[in-house]
Design a protein around this ligand. Structure first.
Ligand code: GUN
Length: 293
């Protein structure tokens, strides 16, 4: 069993980006700029946005973080996005999801300039991804593909299952795993809340991507010997003995699953850091492809 070390691989990607930023600066150009918007006070979202912004600083990007109140109107949020859309100093726009219930996530995503859509959530980006055209890929599935690529894992012909059908992870993951590429070329099954007999489907899979948000649900007896297991879960679970009062738990019961795997991602230190690295790659790309300098 080998651990897929997202912490280590993401560090390598970030160091490469840092060097590329230095080269831009040496050429008299400006650093890439990411603008992030956070609405409301969800603890998880705050943590994620802050670590994205912190990473921009570490690698020499510049960034803006706008924090809007929970009761902000959709119109006000879209106004802010439109200001970012037309600002030539801003390369990438990120609106942290989920949004409060009174705001339509669809309208908000549609209002983002696709050339600045570094999350890859705009229908233009999604359409290009589905057709295999160059575009911004959603950060979590993209990060997972980069991790498989880094470890030179040959996924050709594998039976893969993706548990979860969100627009952020499950759906784009299924597209990338089934695409004509390596990693890719998998036969993909998407499982969700209406799937019958999930354990049986899991037991047949060569590759499992667990993105259900249910801590520890994937147990050793649901995994075939030699399978590759990618854990996207990061649920906060109360733990009075820890400093923060909670710990992050993946969807995978690591203790029983890991001994059966050929490769497995840990939580933390697996998919999470790769998501941030992939977002930074998208922002760098937005900068060099669109910038008006
Ligand atoms: N919420 C959970 N994952 C993501 C992500 O990758 N991007 C954004 N914007 N929101 C998220």
């Amino acid at each position: 069993m080998q651990i897929l070390n997202g912490q280590e691989v993401s560090l390598q990607i970030k160091n490469e980006l840092k060097e590329k930023v230095n080269r831009l600066i040496d050429q008299g150009k400006r650093a890439p700029h990411l603008s992030a918007i956070l609405v409301g006070s969800d603890g998880g979202s705050q943590t994620y946005v802050h670590s994205k912004v912190k990473t921009t600083k570490e690698i020499g990007f510049t960034s803006t973080l706008i924090h809007l109140e929970e009761n902000t109107t959709e119109a006000k949020l879209i106004d802010q996005i439109e200001r970012f859309n037309t600002d030539p100093q801003i390369d990438g726009i990120l609106v942290q999801l989920p949004l409060p219930k009174h705001i339509s996530g669809e309208n908000v995503i549609l209002s983002i300039n696709p050339f600045k859509d570094v999350d890859g959530f705009h229908p233009v980006s999604v359409g290009k991804m589905v057709q295999g055209l160059p575009t911004f890929l959603p950060a979590t599935p993209h990060g997972i593909m980069l991790l498989l690529q880094h470890y030179k894992i040959n996924t050709n012909g594998m039976d893969a299952i993706v548990i979860g059908r969100s627009n952020i992870v499950g759906r784009p993951m299924s597209i990338l795993l089934s695409s004509n590429a390596n990693p890719g070329n998998c036969t993909v099954t998407i499982c969700h809340s209406h799937t019958k007999n999930l354990p049986d489907i899991c037991r047949q899979a060569d590759l499992i991507v667990a993105a259900r948000g249910k801590p520890g649900f994937l147990k050793g007896d649901m995994v075939k010997e030699g399978a590759i297991v990618i854990d996207v879960g990061i649920t906060r679970v109360n733990d009075p003995s820890s400093k923060k009062g909670y710990i992050l738990k993946g969807d995978v019961d690591f203790g029983s699953v890991a001994p059966k795997c050929s490769f497995i991602t840990p939580v933390p230190g697996g998919v999470g850091p790769m998501t941030i690295a992939a977002l930074m790659m998208n922002t760098f790309r937005a900068c060099v492809e669109n910038s008006s300098y």
